[in-house]
Structure formats: structure tokens, C-alpha cells
Write a protein that binds this ligand. Structure first.
Ligand code: GDP
Ligand code: GDP
Length: 435
């Protein structure tokens, strides 16, 4: 199941993002290799003493020109909606403020565990002078210094104590998928249309977090779980149309899915935010289907589909493995194809191939296009083996991994794809030196 979520809340300037970066550590500086992707630093994966979790810096969700009170209220609501555990940050330097009490009042309404962090307690004296903060009513305050790192370990121990029991989560063998895309591309219309009519809705099951409702249904004889249907169907909160929030939602849905439908709007073409969102799904190694919605709204001739497809291929070069389908949530056109496509991509994403066949393919590939050599030294490929699924991951044993250039790796990947059906899924090749 998906890792638990920790949300960091607090009034501006208490040090939320400093704490977020401190906990995320060097994960956050991972260099992106997908064009168009810049890491939005409000959602990340983290780990403490072997516990994986996800983290949201709610301070990064700013809503246009809304007044201060609306901003902090919205941020606290995001924490309540999304998190399993909330870290409420106040400042030892400024002491208790009215704004802190406003945040506290909103958090009282939640039944999620709240851990109180008194940040900027940079020295011993400040670490001991935290008694005022008991009045907030969240139990023991944890004095920390996000800048120096002191106290953060004890804080995280308390956070992990608040995680839900893993054993309570039941096993689920359905195919999990989500729809992602910027606002207005038609996600909720697609959800409604797909779940309507002849689909049998099995149940609404609560996900890892209470408010993320997943919907199960059966189609073509298979069970599917549509992830986060509650988040897609609009609930009308002020923060739901901010870009940061929708990106955060998308990243969260991606984490909880096997297959991701990247929804585009045929009427509006491709925007920067589409690339960003698709880039996250690619980086996460999920199965991907590109769904071009509102196909009914376009004036078409015989070239339209081919032209549009060529344009998408050019704009999303790194998604060359993803099938594209042109649909309309309005008329229902081609929506009946989606379950079978999702199933196939999910199977490919979890496919294992035989080592003997794999090595035949690779040796044939090398015979066809010999490995490169540099200064008289030739790259040698000895053996390849699949080590993981979801996405399929292969270790290729070579004499010198440095000599495996991007273009030759791409060639091997294409040869593998030509022999096995991996449509819809990224595949990873990892070179290892064998002596
Ligand atoms: P946010 O608005 O809550 O996300 O706050 P920031 O993380 O942007 O921090 C606000 C300011 O407080 C920055 O100037 C930080 O350098 C500073 N700050 C953050 N944590 C600490 C800390 O532990 N000690 C001190 N002295 N300053 C801190
Ligand atoms: P979301 O923000 O991605 O969930 O988008 P919505 O589902 O709310 O749709 C945004 C707007 O696009 C609404 O006005 C829909 O009626 C409209 N819309 C959605 N799907 C289609 C479609 O297939 N064709 C047309 N013409 N309009 C659509």
C-alpha cells in the first residue's frame, strides 16, 4: 500500500519549508532528467529509521490574493484532508501568536494525530522554554531547530508513532489507476462517464487516508480501482484550483496507482503544466496512457488524428512508450476501450520475461549493431536479467558501465521492446560491471 502522508502546517515564517527540506534531505536535490519537470518542492518522499512516508509542505499552497486568514485556513484544511499525521510548527523565537491559535482551532476539528514542533529553538535555553506551548492543547511540544537539525529525530519518532497500522490494510488485487491532468481537461467528466451506465460499481473503499476515496468497479471481467475519485470530483474548496495543489494531488494519485491516465484537452492543446504532470508519472515509473479528451469539440478531417498524435509524440518525447487514445467524455466516444487498455498496460508493467529469451534478444541486437568502442576498448555485454517488475527493470552485466552510452542503451531498449510487448510501461536498464 501507499506510504503514509505527513503534512506540515503553521503560519508563515515559522520554518515549515526549512523543516521540510531538512527531513527530505538529499532526496530533494535529485536532478530531474525529464524535460519540463522541475520538482515542486511541496511534496516528496522521505524515510526515517526504515519507515517510508510522504510529506507535504502546505505552506507552498498559496491562493492568489486571498487574505492571510483564508490562506492559513486553507493550508490547515489541506493538512486535515490529505495527511495521516500533521506536524504543526510554531516558533520559539516569536513565541505563541494569535495566528498560531487560529491554526490550532482548525486542527482541533481533525481527528488526525497532531505533533507540535517548536522550531527555532536553536540553543539549550530556548529548548527548555517551551511551556507556553502546552496551552495549544496538542500535548508535549517538541523543541527543534530546523536549521541545525537538533530535535528533529525525536519529532520524527513521534510522527511515526502516529502512523496507521499497516496490518489493518486488506489485500487488493484489482488494477489501480488514476486520472491526472490540469484543471478543466475533463477528469471529473471522464470519471462520471466511466463509472456510469453499465459498469458495476463494487464499493467505495477508503484509501490510506480517510478522505481519498477510491472506487472499485468491474469491466471486461476484471476488477479495477479508480484512485482518488473524491479528489477528482470537485468539492469546491478554495485551494482546489491552485496549480500547486493540483500538482500535489496528481503526485499523490500517481504514487497510489499502477497505471496513470494523463488527460489532455484536445481543444486547448498541450500546456507546460501538462508536461509537468506527465513528467511526474514517467519519473515515478508508472504505466501511462495518454488520453486526449474533448475530441468531439474539434473540427476534424482525415489527418487530424495523425497530426495530433505526431504533435504529442514531439511534445512528450520521453513518453514514446505510452499509447494515445482520443476520447470524449461528452459523447462517450472510445471510452469503452479504456478498461482493456488499462489492463494491458498494467500487465505489461508487471511483465516478467524469461532470461534465456531476453539474452537471445540482446545477443541478436549486438550482432546487428556492434557495441561501441573507445580508444581501442570495446564495450562488452555479458548477460542481462530482469530483477523487478512495476516497471520492468533489467540489470545488464558489462565490462565497463561508463561505456554504455545513452544512444546504445536506447538501442537495446528498443530491441527489447520490439520483441516483448511493453507498451505503456517505462522499462529501466541498469548497467553493472562484471569482472
Ligand atoms: P515557512 O514560511 O514556515 O516555510 O518558513 P521558512 O522555512 O521559509 O523559514 C522562515 C525563516 O526562518 C527563514 O529565514 C529561515 O531561515 C528561518 N528558520 C527556519 N528554521 C529556523 C531555525 O531552526 N532556527 C532559526 N534561527 N531560523 C530558522
Ligand atoms: P476537470 O477539472 O479536469 O475535472 O474537468 P471537468 O470534468 O470539470 O470538465 C471541465 C469542462 O469541460 C466542463 O465544462 C465539462 O463539461 C467540459 N468537458 C469535459 N469533457 C468534455 C468533452 O469530452 N467534450 C466537451 N465538449 N466538453 C467536455
Amino acid at each position: 500500500m501507499a506510504d503514509p502522508i505527513v503534512a506540515i502546517v503553521g503560519r508563515p515564517n515559522v520554518g515549515k519549508s526549512t523543516l521540510f527540506n531538512r527531513i527530505a534531505g538529499d532526496r530533494i536535490s535529485i536532478v530531474e532528467d525529464t524535460p519540463g519537470v522541475t520538482r515542486d518542492r511541496i511534496y516528496t518522499h522521505a524515510n526515517w529509521l526504515g519507515h517510508d512516508f510522504r510529506m507535504i509542505d502546505t505552506g507552498g499552497i498559496e491562493i492568489g490574493d486571498e487574505p492571510f486568514v483564508t490562506q492559513i485556513q486553507a493550508q490547515a484544511e489541506v493538512a486535515i484532508d490529505e495527511a495521516d499525521v500533521i506536524v504543526f510548527v510554531v516558533s520559539a523565537r516569536e513565541g505563541l501568536t494569535d495566528a498560531d491559535e487560529k491554526v490550532a482551532k482548525i486542527l482541533y476539528r481533525s481527528d488526525k494525530p497532531v505533533v507540535l514542533a517548536v522550531n527555532k529553538a536553536d540553543n539549550l535555553e530556548m529548548r527548555e522554554d517551551i511551556y507556553d506551548f502546552y496551552s495549544l492543547g496538542f500535548g508535549d511540544p517538541y523543541p527543534i531547530s530546523s536549521v541545525h537539525g537538533t530535535g528533529v529525530g525525536d519529532l520524527l519518532d513521534a510522527v511515526i508513532d502516529g502512523f496507521p497500522d499497516e496490518e489493518k490494510q486488506e489485500e487488493d488485487h484489482s488494477i489501480r489507476f488514476s486520472l491526472i491532468g490540469r484543471p478543466n481537461v475533463g477528469k471529473s467528466s471522464l470519471v462520471n462517464k466511466m463509472l456510469g451506465e453499465d459498469r458495476v460499481i463494487v464499493s467505495n473503499i477508503a484509501g490510506t487516508t480517510r478522505d481519498a476515496i477510491d472506487t472499485k468497479f468491474t469491466a471486461d471481467g476484471s476488477e479495477f480501482t479508480m484512485v482518488d475519485t473524491a479528489g477528482i470530483r470537485k468539492r469546491g474548496k478554495v485551494y482546489e484550483n491552485t496549480e500547486r495543489y493540483s500538482v500535489m494531488r496528481a503526485m499523490k494519485a500517481i504514487d497510489e496507482s499502477d497505471v496513470v491516465l494523463v488527460v489532455l484537452n484536445a481543444e486547448e492543446g498541450i500546456r507546460e503544466q501538462d508536461k509537468k504532470v506527465a513528467g511526474y508519472a514517467h519519473e515515478a515509473g508508472r504505466g501511462i496512457i495518454i488520453v486526449v479528451n474533448k475530441w468531439d469539440a474539434l473540427k476534424k478531417d482525415t489527418h487530424t488524428i495523425d497530426d495530433f498524435e505526431a504533435f504529442i509524440r514531439q511534445q512528450f518525447e520521453y513518453l514514446s512508450y505510452a499509447p494515445i487514445v482520443f476520447v470524449s467524455a461528452k459523447t462517450g466516444q472510445r471510452l469503452d476501450r479504456l478498461p482493456a487498455m488499462i489492463k494491458r498496460v498494467s500487465e505489461n508493467h508487471n511483465k516478467r520475461v524469461q532470461s534465456s529469451t531476453l539474452n537471445d534478444v540482446i545477443m541478436d541486437a549486438i550482432a546487428l549493431n556492434p557495441t561501441p568502442s573507445v580508444n581501442g576498448k570495446r564495450l562488452r555485454v555479458y548477460y542481462a536479467t530482469q530483477v523487478a517488475v512495476g516497471p520492468p527493470t533489467f540489470i545488464v552485466f558489462v565490462n565497463d558501465p561508463e561505456m554504455m552510452h545513452f544512444s546504445y542503451e536506447r538501442f537495446l531498449e528498443n530491441q527489447i521492446r520490439a520483441h516483448f510487448d511493453f507498451e505503456g510501461t517505462p522499462i529501466h536498464l541498469i548497467e553493472r560491471a562484471r569482472k
